[in-house]
Design a protein around this ligand. Structure first.
Ligand code: ADP
Ligand code: MG
Length: 272
């Protein structure tokens, strides 16, 4: 039997005084792309941050929280297997990266730090630079290499952070609202890149509010809400107008175009 990527049983998560999940159980296999949806506050980011080892469930005897079969990880090791990208990370970078260039930011992926502060110059060896530059070229960002990260557009910053997550060639990418705030061209550029990765051996776990970010390659959708998993299954089973209308407490009509899904509302104008 293969070791699951995520194996959570009976996990309780608190954030401040809020109990986000009570007895959450979830299993995601390695190589299984999945989307995580649900209203604001449903716990999507909490779950993804737990996968990134930024927060932990309460310890109880019957709780299990394993990644790739292990209870314990150090963050350096984890980065080699699971990369992480979020709009939240981008905001933190925007504020804290100072004059760090795009190349600096990508190189910082090797040390999992923000910026290059405290990074030993000798640890940025040529091999790492070459890898960072190759990623820049792949993402068509090479012209921006020396620009300060904070001067980039949001779309360029998001792609740079994707490059940063990819320095270790992780087999899994965890993405928290990857397309939030991007214009159509930047959003599509990101989607193209994610589809490419999904087809080349990278497992995607994507939390999103946009159904069109549930890429054709992703077949499993986990709907969170009211502190639990409301629905979990194949995309065509979970992305039903009724299921989503109930979860989001508003009238949602799921529209399908081939293997893409979109959300619309019925003709609600008369009800305003
Ligand atoms: P989502 O990503 O689905 O919008 P989150 O995981 O961010 O949801 O939040 C889940 C719940 O935890 C929400 O009720 C939110 O208000 C609460 N929460 C999130 N972050 C914090 C925090 N740093 N301190 C206190 N409560 C928090
Ligand atoms: Mg969130």
């Amino acid at each position: 039997m293969t070791v699951p990527l995520v194996d959570i049983r009976n996990a309780t998560f608190d954030r401040g005084r809020t109990r986000v999940f009570d007895g959450l159980s979830l299993r995601i296999d390695r190589g299984e792309h999945a989307a995580i949806i649900g209203p604001n506050g449903a716990g999507k980011s909490t779950l993804l941050k737990a996968l990134n080892r930024e927060l932990y469930p309460r310890t109880r005897d019957d709780t299990r929280f394993r990644l790739l079969g292990r209870d314990r990880w150090n963050v350096w090791e984890l980065r080699g297997s699971i990369g992480f990208v979020s709009a939240d990370l981008e905001r933190r970078y925007g504020r804290n990266s100072g004059d760090a260039s795009v190349l600096d930011v990508i190189l910082s992926g090797f040390t999992a730090s923000i910026g290059v502060h405290g990074l030993l110059a000798e640890s940025i060896d040529e091999k790492r630079r070459a890898r960072a530059r190759a990623l820049l070229a792949e993402l068509k960002l090479e012209a921006l290499e020396s620009r300060p990260f904070r001067s980039l557009s949001s779309g360029q910053q998001r792609l740079s952070l994707l490059a940063r997550a990819l320095v270790h060639e992780p087999h899994t990418l965890v993405l928290d609202e990857p397309g939030a705030g991007l214009d159509l061209a930047a959003g599509f550029a990101l989607i193209r890149r994610l589809r490419y990765l999904a087809r080349h051996g990278v497992t995607l776990l994507v939390a999103t509010h946009y159904l069109n970010e549930i890429l054709p390659e992703i077949d499993r959708v986990i709907l969170l809400g009211r502190g639990r998993v409301l629905a979990d299954g194949r995309k065509d089973e979970v992305l039903k107008s009724r299921t989503l209308s109930d979860a989001y407490a508003t009238d949602i009509r799921v529209v399908r175009d081939g293997s893409w899904y979109f959300a619309a509302q019925g003709d609600t104008v008369n009800k305003l």
